[in-house]
Design a protein around this ligand. Structure first.
Ligand SMILES: NC(=O)C1=CN([C@@H]2O[C@H](COP(=O)(O)OP(=O)(O)OC[C@H]3O[C@@H](n4cnc5c(N)ncnc54)[C@H](O)[C@@H]3O)[C@@H](O)[C@H]2O)C=CC1
Ligand SMILES: O=C(O)C1=N[C@H](C(=O)O)C[C@H](O)C1
Length: 251
């Protein structure tokens, strides 16, 4: 049995993870902690893998604490910048298990979203124009979504590798309607009661359009990906920091 502790256990995602861990035949719940709880209760004696779903403002500190505790960590919380990722790598190097420590961060655990992201990077070099639209429940605290940032960066990287020019855009006046520009890609965020987590990538050429869309209607959609990551970390995932569920899929 893989012993799993959950941090952020009372949250929307954390409570689903607690249920998923309790329901799977090869995982058992160890500790379920939330804000105000002492994370140093989590040790290699009681935990093989920690799953962390909290808020962007605290996730880095939680992960650094958990690395210090010598336990492997699956992180679903958003808000990861290159600087924060560098701090995680440094903490692994300075931590108690520099050769074997595993930290896995995924902007999205839903197979639909991971595939949409992957397909978008493949399509990127064939279209002159591209824009990303993410649509979420209005209780989400960050915008744009971590997934949309990841998608935009992947598209930008693919366009750069293909030697493409910037996306065409004649806008001269913009009060904010053109969205946030991430590595040259415009990203738009919609917050609407009734939605859960959705993303569209619009690609355009003269006379044609490709739309790639992923819809997570319910948070159960994230659980197979979370359990896959837990099993990989308890198994043959490489040591160090890994970002993105695509690394654990046969793409
Ligand atoms: N990677 C993925 O597939 C997904 C990622 N997310 C991300 O996961 C994060 C959490 O989302 P939700 O569960 O919807 O938020 P939520 O607000 O429902 O839950 C966050 C939980 O973290 C707890 N918390 C706050 N500070 C804490 C601390 N210092 N230590 C321990 N617990 C603490 C809160 O009390 C709350 O229970 C967000 O960043 C969201 O974008 C959400 C859905 C899927
Ligand atoms: O807050 C959410 O709900 C989600 N957050 C993640 C993100 O910001 O990309 C993943 C998914 O979109 C749901």
């Amino acid at each position: 049995m893989i012993k799993v502790s959950v941090v952020g256990a009372k949250g929307r995602m954390g409570s689903h993870v607690v249920a998923a861990v309790n329901n799977a035949s090869d995982t058992e719940l160890s500790l379920a902690l939330d804000a105000g709880d002492d994370l140093t209760q989590i040790t290699p004696d009681n935990t093989d893998v920690v799953v962390e779903f909290t808020v962007p403002s605290v996730s880095l500190n939680n992960v650094l604490t958990l690395i210090g505790q010598g336990v492997d960590v699956v992180v679903g919380t958003t808000g990861w910048t290159d600087e924060k990722l560098a701090q995680v790598k440094e903490a692994i190097a300075q931590g108690p298990r520099p050769e074997t420590q595993k930290v896995f961060i995924a902007p999205n655990f839903a197979i639909s979203a991971v595939l949409a992201d992957y397909f978008a990077t493949k399509a990127a070099q064939y279209f002159e124009s591209v824009e990303v639209i993410e649509l979420h429940h209005p209780t989400k605290v960050d915008a744009p979504s971590g997934t949309a940032i990841h998608t935009a960066r992947g598209i930008a990287e693919a366009r750069k590798a293909a030697g493409m020019a910037p996306v065409p855009d004649a806008t001269e006046t913009d009060g904010g309607s053109r969205g946030q520009v991430i590595d040259g890609i415009h990203v738009h965020a919609v917050r609407l009661r009734g939605l859960n987590a959705h993303e569209e990538v619009l690609f355009g050429n003269a006379g044609e359009q490709l739309t790639i869309r992923a819809d997570s209607f319910d948070r159960t959609s994230f659980m197979p990906g979370v359990l896959l990551a837990v099993r990989k970390l308890a198994g043959d995932a490489p040591a160090g920091l890994t970002v993105g569920l695509d690394h654990f899929l046969d793409l």
